[in-house]
Design a protein around this ligand. Sequence first.
Ligand code: ATP
Length: 483
Amino acid sequence: MLDAVRRGLTPGEAALFEAVLAEAEKRHVALYLVGGPVRDILLGRGLRDVDLIVEPREDVPLGAAELARAAAPARSQVVEHDRFGTVRIETADGALDVATVRRESYARPGALPSVEPGTLEDDLRRRDFTVNALAVPISAAARRGRPALIDPESGRDDVSRGVLRVFHAASFHDDPTRALRAARLAERLGFRLSRGSRTALRDAIGAGAFSAVSGDRWRREFEKLFDDARRGLDPAAALRMLAEWHVLGALEPGLSVPKLALPALRRLGRSLAAPPFPAARLRPWAAGLAVWLADLDATSRRRTLRRFAVRGELAQRIAEFPRLRNRCLRTLATARGRGSVDALLGGIDEERLLALFAYAPPASRRRLLRWALEDRTRRPPVTGADLVAAGLSGPVVGAALARIRLAWLDGAVHTRDEAIALARELGARLGRRSASRPRKRARRVATRPATGKSTKVSLPAPEPSSILPAATPPTRALHPERQ
Ligand code: ATP
């Protein structure tokens, strides 16, 4: 087992693991590998993380924090999570979690547990499913008088049968978020929830336990669900399971997974696992909620976002995604030229871009991809400073830049000289217009796609131009949000 752990570690994790193990041996501390990694080794799967646990004994009353601090190599950081006595050692190359054994009890359904010192067996029994209640002694002090695999609830049998089983009938009652953990694990491992556990889940739903859990906690569980898509979980399958178990309706009355969302959720999952285009600062769960909730009615969508404590601008963006999606898909389907695709997609955040990609049919997907991989980062041959130097000023600069970018991506403008000539032409035209109609209301909004900031200017409809060939389609440098 120890060899399998060592084989499964990255070099950064291995260095931390060996340091903690050496310190445990030196101080005669009982150290165990516990939970997910044991289960994954039994399944022959790669390790996702390494969870170690320390059992203080009368003769060696050392806990995880002391052991971690003593073992932490130079240039590492020991982060203590006070509430639960768990510690994380982090270096630039990896991280390792160490905890002290504990016993947990729940004052009321849905509350966070009260934690007190316990034995290794207490610690295993507080866990969600039997397949996670497995420990392997890895230090000499832990091995003394213990079997090679500590398995108080026949978790090993459940691993081999592919079953998730809770320990007792009140498990989901104590902590309803375990239902989301069940869907996530079942989908990830290809396991099923045991019959008794489904009954326990039904009972907890019937007793109203799910409404006692805060929105923040539910959102965090959905964050993990969509994060796991990066490692291959299919969010469509996990959400369908939750719907089948009546969990979604318990979270928010009427909440479901619309049929239309299923293929898009599957594509989103694949895109998170193998990103089709670079997306910095992407929050998978925000893209996930945008896709999942898009075909619910607007009231249910907003209520669900509130229930998951998604607030502010992000909630607004997710709530308005369906309108953006419909408009963008219509325009992408008929877009002529790369400039108009750029003007359409330029101001959209990464999460909704990925959500849009998930819903787009093949031809539109190819256009979106070409823009995200090639055009998005291309810079036209002039900057705002060049236009100011050429005599333009005020909002005309932004409008001219947007128009130049569009013409340049469409291949109608190639050089800096051509770009400046177009800018001067636009400047002169706008100057003439504003002289003849000084107070006319702005008709269009020109946007600088890179920043998403918009500047309202009166942009005239295209006229025959010495720079733009007659065949150039009408240009609209519009922010999709503001059409
Ligand atoms: P893995 O089990 O693959 O590590 P994970 O990343 O979801 O999946 P963590 O969230 O790191 O696991 O949790 C580590 C362990 O803590 C789990 O194996 C589980 O036994 C236990 N655990 C986590 N959350 C709960 C919970 N709500 N109730 C009971 N046990 C839990």
